[in-house]
Ligand binder design. Sequence first.
Ligand code: FAD
Length: 394
Amino acid sequence: AGARIVVVGGGFAGASCARALGREAGNLAVTLVEPNARYTACPFSNAVIAGLREMDGQNFGYEALRRTGVDVVTARVVAVDAETRRVRLEDGASLDYARLVLAPGIDLDLGAIPGYDAAAAAVLPHAWKAGEQTLLLRRQLEAMADGGLVVIAAPANPFRCPPGPYERASLIAYYLKARKPRSKLIILDAKDAFSKQRLFEAAWTELYGGLIEWVPLSGGGRLTAVDAATRTLTTEFGSHRAAVANVIPPQRAAAVAVAAGVADRTGWCPIDPVTFESRLRPGIHVIGDAAIAGAMPKSAFAADAQAKACARAVAALVRGREPDEPKLINTCYSLVAPDYGISIAGVYQPRGGLLAEVEGAGGVSPIKAPPSFRAVEATYAMAWFRTITDGIFG
Ligand code: FAD
C-alpha cells in the first residue's frame, strides 16, 4: 500500500474526505477514526425539533465507506504527536500517518455563559449537536402549555451554521402557530445582524405575525447568566422566564484540535487556503467547522467542499506534486416553513492567505417571490440533503 492518511472525525468533513482520498490516484491507504458507530446529521434536525420529521432520517452508518476500502476505526483520538506523526487512541493503540486530516467539528463552550454548564444543558438544551439534545428540545416543546414563552439564545460569530438559529425559530413558530397559538418566541441574540436577515424577517411577518421577536445585541440580546432551576435567562436589560429555553452557547474547534496544537487563541484552526494544512503544525490538515476558512461559513455544504479540495491537495503532496488552487462553493438552505425555503450561496478561492469570496458570484433568494418559488426552494433543500448524505454515506 501507499502512504497512510489518517482522517479524524466521521462527520460531513471527515467522511467526505476519506471517501474522496480513496478515489485519488497513488494507492493511498485511508483510515477514518470516529468514536460513534453511527453519525447523526444536524441539517434538518430543526425539522425534527418542530415535529416535521423523525430522527431516523438523520442517522447514517459507515458501511458504504468501508466497502470503498476505507479502514473505519471506531475509537476516539486522544493525542496527536506531530513530530513522530502518530495519533493515540483512547484504548492506548496508536496509528502512524504520512499526513493527518483533522475534521472533529466543534465543542460547545460550556462555561462561557455563567450558569450554563453540562448539567444546565440537560434542562436548557443547546441542540447544536444532533442527537439526544435534539429530542430533548422537541419533547419540551411538546410538553409546553399553550401560551408559554420559548426563548432561543443565539451566539456571536463565528459559530456552526450561521442561519441555523433563525431556521429553528421559524420552524418552532410554525409548530406553535398550529398547536399552541397563544405562545410567543423570543430570540436573544449576541449580535446585531444575522444571515439572510431580510428574508427571514419578511417571512416571519408574512407567516407568523408577531409571534417571533428578535432582540439584537444592542437591544440587550446578549446573555449574561442563566439559571437552569427556574429557566431564567438574564441579559444586561433584564430577565426572561422561559417555559422552554434553547441556549446555543459560543463554540470552538473540538478538543482534539487543541491537543494536536493546531488551534490558535481564537479557539479555531488557522489553515493554508490551498491545502488546508495547519499554519501551526506541518503534516496536519484541518477541514470543516474546526477550521478558520476565511469567508466560508461553518456548514455541511462547506465541509464537504473543503473535504474534496483537501483530499486532492493531500494526494498531490504525498506524490510530490504542486496542489491546484481550489474554487469552493457553498449553499445554505433554510426552511422558514415546510413549504417555504430560502437560500444563500457563495463561491470562494484563496486570496491573501485566506479563502475569500469571489465578487459577484452567489447571492441570496429574491426578497420578493411568489409562494411557488419558496416551495421549490424547500424541495431543493431536501434534495441537497439527500444528495450530500448519499454521496458521503450512501
Ligand atoms: P461534525 O459534523 O460535527 O463531525 C465531527 C465528527 O468528529 C463527529 O462525528 C465527532 O464524533 C468526531 N470527533 C470529534 N472528536 C473526535 C476525536 N477526538 N476522535 C475521533 N473523532 C472525533 N449545514 C448545512 O450545510 N446545511 C444545513 O441546512 C445545516 N443545518 C444545520 C442545522 C443545525 C441545527 C445545526 C446545528 C447545524 C447545521 N448545519 C448545516 C451545519 C453542519 O451540521 C456542520 O457545519 C457540519 O456538521 C460540520 O461538519 P464537520 O465534519 O466539520 O463536523
